[in-house]
Every structure is written in structure tokens, then in C-alpha cells.
Design a protein around this ligand. Structure first.
Ligand code: DQQ
Length: 548
């Protein structure tokens, strides 16, 4: 439907039509990045026809859509081929485990393999004759048993450790752990890998992986097989079905006790850190052995109405692939950052240096049309203003604030993207600084959707979180703008916020970008703002392949 065509991203992945959801089995195989995902072949909403769609890429930016890999066609998955994961076995074979919704909507686990492993595109898939290979065990609800994940292979006894998310009777999230040698028979261990500290409910799409905590880590992501011992921690991630957010926590996976323990249980998975404080769900990582890095994908949902999704004929997009590293400076969070391959889409650029914006002012960054951008910005505020703030203010919170309109002494300041000329439509990505009770400073990183569109029937929020800004650091932002999606990274990826926005006037040639400073006392200096226009991937199909 052309009416909504301006909402389509230019360089984010999505299928041409219909509903896309969870990333399922990402892997690098025979020279290709493979990406499978939850897909409804018939409509723009989730339903029980949910299938596994498939695409391949050489750079995780330009994609070739392939035929659907698996559809509901057996009693054990007739109500949907739900989420799962791919694993490369020690002999190089690929297997996939996924959840099937049975005829009676019981969640069971199934096994599938490529029909022709010599095909680098892995087009045909065959489901195992042994399916279902796993039913909900006693004490586990038929609807609380999904998203299987073979995590680690023990060479000494040839056992795979397989994780699966669930919840207990008291609504605490649990991660069950099974052993299997052949992926057909499984032993449930009496230990559970982890039970959440709070009663956060069902855990979806559980993920667990090692991160190196020392040294220069660029290109130094770890695969699970080598991921134990000194200088290594383990990240546990789960998608909270109740809250619809992806939480992670840093801790240690102990192979002796089969448990994962968080470094700090007050920031356990489900209560502490999130990969993304905006719209981002059902994410999963995979280890890219080609470039030795860990890659994160989630799906970014719509926040307009289901009716609009039906009218436009599609729903949801994929975030730009993100690398994950442990933050060796703070030692308390991950760094989540767009893959370097994205830089190849950068075309003409403009740089603004040393722009000063007084309290209450905005500044137009004239780059012409601003609907498809990659932005890197560094900000400072004047020290006199900071020193003059003596009173502590710890009450500020992005989500309960009035976003860019609320004026404090030292914020908000930042960028207005997808704005129209008059700034009556704008998405504000900003920092808000205040003093803490111990005399230090606290920085909030927020993204304000409240004035992003004149249209109603859209969920508009202020999202964000506090972000560590260390001594001597500037405030830094990277923002990817792509028509109806804004992905923002603060302090090189210590905190991330993704928004879907649906401007009515700030579209195509009418989009602008501004600096803004709505602090009442701080003067903002934009030390540098680099803005690149971004190529569309759809206009630049994969070399040698037509884009469907
Ligand atoms: N979506 C899948 C489930 C998973 C959920 C079904 C998360 O397997 O738990 O489409 O979005």
C-alpha cells in the first residue's frame, strides 16, 4: 500500500510483505551468513501459521531472500514452527532445534537438518522422523516450554548441554538444562541453570555466551567451546514474556554445578540491564567464526495499530546487526554497536565542529533531506554550569519525564531527528545530567517519541536509562535514522534505545535534523557531528542476485 511506503526502511532488513518476528538460527556456513526468522506467510500479524523464513548475505547488510525453510506441516508443529536455534556439530554438520506448537497447542521440541549439507544456501530442510524429540516434563506447563538452545559440547563425555526457558508455579523464570548425545534422546538435569531473582514470568529465547574481560577485544568474540576460565564471564539473556523486553546479566556459568550465577544478583536477568531500552525483542546472538565476533539480532516491532499493519501489508523490521563486547572500562555492562559492514552504506557526509547551542536554542544541521542517516556526535557542556549545580536530583527518569520538553539545569540536550522544518514533529535523542547524593554526576540517555508524529493511535513513549560517562569522556551518540526506525547508541554502546516512529510531515525530502539544548543553565558545545547519508540496500541488491 503506497500510502505507507514512506514508513519502509531503506537499509534495514525486512521481508517484502507480512509479519516478521524472532531471529531464529543465524550462522555462517560455507561463505554465507544465514538468517532465519519467524514469519507469517499470509498476514501482517502473528498467528499459528508462523514459519521459518530464510535469507542469506555476505555482509549482514545486503540480503537475498530465499524460499521459506519450514512451515507447519506435521501434528507436532501444526500450530506453528516456533523459535529455535542452529548448532554446528563438531563434525561440521548443522542441526536445528525448534519449538513446535502441536495440534493441541502443546509446546514440544523438534529436530531438523539441512536436506543437502553440500548446498551453501541450505535451501531444503528436513524434519526428523523422531519428532517431537522432547515433551514438557512433569511440573512444566504445556505452554511454558520453548525456544531450545544447544549451548555447549562436553568433549570428554560427548554430551551437548541444551537450555530451554520456562517458568515455575510461583511465576519465577527458569532455565532448564538437558544433556543429549544425539539430539534425539535427552536427560533433564535436576539442577536448573538459573531461576530469576524476581517473579518475572516466562523466559523466552534464552541465550548464554562467553565474553572476554581482558585485553583488546576487537575481533575477539569468544565461541562457547573456548569460553571458560580466567578472564571470561558469561552473559545470560532472556526475553521477558510479561514485560516484552530483553534483559541480560553478566555472571559465570559453572560446568561442575550446571548453574549460572550473576556477578551481582540485584542486576539479575529480568531486573537489571537491557540490550536496548526501546523497542527490541526476542533477540539472539551467534558467534561469527569468520570474523571472530559475537553478533546480536532482535526484531523491532511496530507501535502503530494492527489495522495500519494490515493496511500496509507488513509488520516489523530487523535491527542492524550489532557486535557485542564486554566493556573493559566500566566492567559492568556490554558494549553493543552496529557491525562495521554498515559503514559501506555511508555516502556523502557533512561535518559540523564546535557548534555552540545556548540554553533554550536549537541549531539546524543542514544536510538536505535527512530520512536515511548515520550520525556520530560528541557533546560537552560547560564546566561552570556543572559546578554550579550543588543540589542532588535523583528523581529524573526518562520514561516518566516529559522528554525533550522538560527543562532541567543540565539537560536535556542532544539531537532532533526525523523532524520537520518547524519542529512540530521530531524524535529527540538526548542526555540529561544531574547531581547524585554523593556529589557525583548521573547521566540519563533518553529517546523521546512523544512528539514524533501528529498521528494518533500510536504508542509514544520516552525510553532510555542511565548510562555511565567516565571521567574525561564526552557525551557521545551514534544514531541510525531510517524513515520509521531510529537506533541510538550512547557512549559507544553502553546503552542503546531503538524507536519506531511514524511522522506525517517529516518524511522523505521534508525531514531535517537539529541540535537542541533545552537545559536552563548549561551551554552545549557539539564538539563534532558527522552525518552520513545512507544508501538503500533495496536499490543496491546483492551483486549477482536480483532482489525479489
Ligand atoms: N515467539 C516464538 C516463540 C517465542 C516467542 C513464537 C518470542 O517461540 O517464545 O513465534 O517472541
Amino acid at each position: 500500500n503506497d500510502m505507507f511506503e514512506w514508513q519502509r526502511p531503506g537499509y534495514h532488513f525486512q521481508p517484502p510483505y507480512h509479519f516478521m518476528g524472532d531471529p531464529n538460527a543465524a550462522m555462517y556456513y560455507k561463505g554465507w551468513y544465514h538468517f532465519f526468522y519467524q514469519y507469517n506467510p499470509y498476514g501482517s500479524a502473528w498467528d499459528t501459521t508462523i514459519s521459518w523464513a530464510h535469507a542469506v548475505s555476505k555482509d549482514m547488510i545486503h540480503w537475498l531472500h530465499l524460499p521459506i525453510a519450514m512451515v507447519p506441516d506435521h501434528w507436532y508443529d501444526s500450530k506453528g514452527v516456533w523459535s529455535g536455534y542452529a548448532t554446528t556439530l563438531p563434525d561440521g554438520r548443522i542441526i536445528v532445534l525448534y519449538t513446535g506448537g502441536t495440534d493441541e497447542l502443546v509446546q514440544v521440541q523438534n529436530l531438523a537438518e539441512p536436506a543437502d549439507p553440500s548446498d551453501p544456501l541450505l535451501i531444503e530442510w528436513k524434519k526428523s522422523n523422531h519428532n517431537p524429540i522432547l515433551m514438557p516434563p512433569p511440573g512444566v506447563g504445556p505452554h511454558d516450554f520453548r525456544d531450545p538452545f544447544p549451548v555447549w559440547y562436553n568433549e570428554s563425555d560427548s554430551n551437548w548441554h541444551m537450555l530451554i526457558g520456562s517458568k515455575d508455579d510461583n511465576h519465577y523464570g527458569t532455565v532448564l538444562i538437558y544433556l543429549t548425545k544425539d539430539f534425539k534422546t535427552y536427560t533433564l538435569l535436576p539442577e536448573i541453570l538459573h531461576k530469576t531473582k524476581d517473579n518475572v514470568g516466562m523466559l523466552e529465547c534464552v541465550d548464554l555466551y562467553p565474553v572476554a574481560t581482558t585485553g583488546n577485544q576487537i575481533g575477539n568474540g569468544l565461541e562457547m567451546q573456548v569460553g571458560f576460565g580466567k578472564g571470561i564471564k558469561h552473559v545470560l539473556k532472556a526475553s521477558m514474556d510479561d514485560e516484552r523486553h530483553d534483559y541480560y546479566a553478566i555472571g559465570t556459568f559453572d560446568l561442575e554445578s550446571f548453574t549460572w550465577v550473576p556477578d551481582d544478583d540485584t542486576i539479575d536477568v529480568g531486573v537489571g540491564l537491557r540490550y536496548d531500552y526501546g523497542k527490541f525483542y526476542a533477540s539472539k546472538t551467534f558467534y561469527d567464526q569468520e570474523k571472530r565476533r559475537r553478533i546480536l539480532w532482535g526484531y523491532v516491532g511496530e507501535v502503530d495499530s494492527k489495522t495500519d499493519d494490515a493496511r500496509k501489508g507488513w509488520a516489523n523490521v530487523l535491527n542492524i546487526a550489532r557486535t557485542i563486547l564486554f566493556d573493559v572500562k566500566t566492567r559492568s555492562n556490554l558494549l553493543v554497536w552496529p557491525v562495521e559492514e554498515l559503514d559501506a552504506l555511508r555516502t556523502s557526509s557533512k561535518e559540523f565542529n564546535g557548534v555552540v547551542v545556548e540554553p533554550g536554542f536549537t541549531y539546524h544541521l543542514d544536510v538536505g533531506t535527512a530520512s536515511q542517516l548515520d550520525i556520530e556526535a560528541e557533546f560537552e557542556i560547560n564546566q561552570e554550569a556543572v559546578d554550579a549545580v550543588v543540589e542532588a536530583d535523583v528523581t529524573y527518569n526518562c520514561s516518566t519525564s516529559d522528554g525533550s520538553a522538560h527543562r532541567g539545569l543540565l539537560g536535556p540536550f542532544g539531537l532532533l531527528v526525523l523532524a520537520n522544518e518547524k519542529m512540530t514533529e521530531k524524535t529527540a535523542t538526548y542526555f540529561y545530567v544531574s547531581r547524585t547524593v554523593d556529589g557525583g554526576l548521573q547521566t540519563h540517555f533518553c529517546q523521546d517519541e512523544l512528539r514524533s508524529s501528529k498521528a494518533n493511535d500510536i504508542t509514544k513513549r520516552v525510553v532510555g536509562h542511565t548510562v555511565p560517562v567516565l571521567h574525561g569522556e564526552t557525551f557521545s551518540l551514534r544514531i541510525l535514522v531510517d524513515h520509521s526506525i531510529v537506533e541510538s547508541f550512547a557512549q559507544k554502546g553502553r546503552a542503546v534505545a531503538t524507536s519506531r516512529v511514524y511522522p506525517t510531515e517529516a518524511i522523505f525530502d521534508s525531514t531535517r535534523i537539529f541540535l537542541f539544548n533545552n537545559a536552563t543553565s548549561a551551554t552545549l558545545t557539539a564538539k563534532s557531528v558527522k552525518i552520513w547519508h545512507m544508501n538503500s540496500t533495496h536499490n543496491h541488491p546483492f551483486p549477482g542476485f536480483p532482489f525479489p
